[in-house]
Design a protein around this ligand. Structure first.
Ligand SMILES: C=CC1=C(C)c2cc3[nH]c(cc4nc(cc5[nH]c(cc1n2)c(C)c5CCC(=O)O)C(CCC(=O)O)=C4C)c(C)c3C=C
Ligand SMILES: [Fe+2]
Ligand SMILES: [Fe+2]
Length: 338
């Protein structure tokens, strides 16, 4: 048996001209209106993507590949050297192509982990589906969720503390922290939902509510708990779901926009945003938070600070090692032959 690690991630286009093809992957082939394509080209353009390839790949691809390298190094340092591959669902390097490469390299057992700690059928479920289709005949151990890993909470706390301290010092006030995760469509979280993307047929997951909203808030709670050693209080944080889709239908809230308004109405003068649903920089952080929410906050008279993304955080690499080595009991599927 030859075992290797596969990190699964979202993927992002390399140039603006690939946007329509990329979106078709994201939506599973459903074409989106031209104005949605153009709006997303505008947003990705604002964070540095061009019509021609840049010197470096876009942040989401670059950081995801870096996280793979750091994990490989951390595994070796922990005395468990294993090769780490990275596959994306919606763009290159595609999961199917990476699994084909793993086969070529003689891998017979894959331990797969999503760079999305909170389990949703609209993210993790789709990654699992793509992997199982590609890995026919290989043994697969799939980690479905690791939202409550204490070292992950430590990694986020490590990024939150300096910016929260800066915000409080600059204003002389306790500034609230707004933890966020990506929103999902309302139909995703409904029991018996028809939207069961990625769920294994006949499993309870297919008909049970999506665990995602609860898991997202648990991550936030654990980060808040860890910050209490530096004087953080339970009353210092709130939670919202950000970046509701622009492709139609109702998505879960509370939204960041409504939460910023509520904070202003309560007399707050600023807010620190900590997006605990994301492990690295991408459009939801660099555009939605740094440009759009910052502008909304300014219009309301609030100053907005943002915690640095985990990106190359060594504590994140440590958390991944724990999940892979089974030192942290993650939500792991039974080992199956795909
Ligand atoms: C837990 C759920 C989701 C996470 C996490 C998530 C991260 C994420 N998404 C993008 C880029 C896009 N996502 C889009 C649509 C979309 N996203 C989710 C869920 C999560 N995304 C859903 C359910 C959908 C709707 C899909 C559909 O069939 O319509 C889109 C399309 C435009 C839009 O609707 O906004 C983009 C683009 C990134 C980069 C990302 C980060 C890892
Ligand atoms: Fe998405
Ligand atoms: Fe999104």
């Amino acid at each position: 048996m030859k075992e290797a690690i596969l990190l699964l991630a979202h993927g992002t286009p390399d140039v603006l001209g690939e946007m329509a093809a990329y979106l078709s992957k994201v939506t599973g082939g459903r074409a989106l209106p031209q104005e949605v394509v153009e709006e997303l080209q505008h947003r990705y353009g604002e964070i540095g993507l061009g019509w021609e390839p840049g010197v470096e790949p876009p942040p989401l691809t670059r950081w995801t590949l870096t996280q793979g390298h750091l994990l490989e190094l951390a595994l070796a340092q922990a005395g468990h050297p294993m090769k780490v591959y990275v596959g994306m669902r919606n763009w290159h390097p595609y999961i199917a192509d990476v699994v084909a490469k793993m086969r070529e390299d003689g891998v017979t057992r894959i331990k797969a982990l999503c760079l999305a700690p909170q389990n949703s059928r609209t993210s993790v479920g789709l990654y699992r589906k793509a992997l199982m289709e590609a890995a026919k005949g290989l043994e697969v151990e799939f980690v479905a969720g690791w939202a409550e890993n204490p070292t992950l909470a430590e990694a986020f706390a490590d990024r939150t503390w300096p910016v929260w301290a800066e915000a409080c010092a600059e204003t002389g006030r306790r500034i609230p922290v707004l933890f966020t995760a990506h929103s999902v469509p309302c139909r995703t979280i409904m029991t018996g939902s028809a939207s069961v993307a990625g769920a294994r047929p006949g499993t309870p997951e297919q008909t049970s509510p999506d665990p995602y909203p609860v898991e997202s808030k648990r991550t936030a709670q654990l980060v808040a708990d860890r910050l209490k050693v530096v004087g953080f209080k339970e009353s210092d944080w709130v939670f919202a779901f950000q970046s509701q889709g622009i492709s139609g239908g109702p998505w879960i809230g509370p939204t960041v926009e409504d939460t910023l308004k509520a904070l202003k109405d309560q007399g707050e003068i600023g807010v620190v945003m900590q997006p605990v649903g994301f492990l690295c920089d991408h459009v939801e952080i660099l555009y939605d938070i740094d440009i759009a929410f910052r502008q909304t906050a300014e219009e309301l008279g609030l100053k907005l600070w943002r915690a640095e993304s985990l990106n190359a955080s060594p504590i994140l690499a440590e958390a991944l090692v724990q999940v892979i080595l089974g030192e942290y009991k993650a939500d792991v599927d039974e080992v199956v032959v795909a």
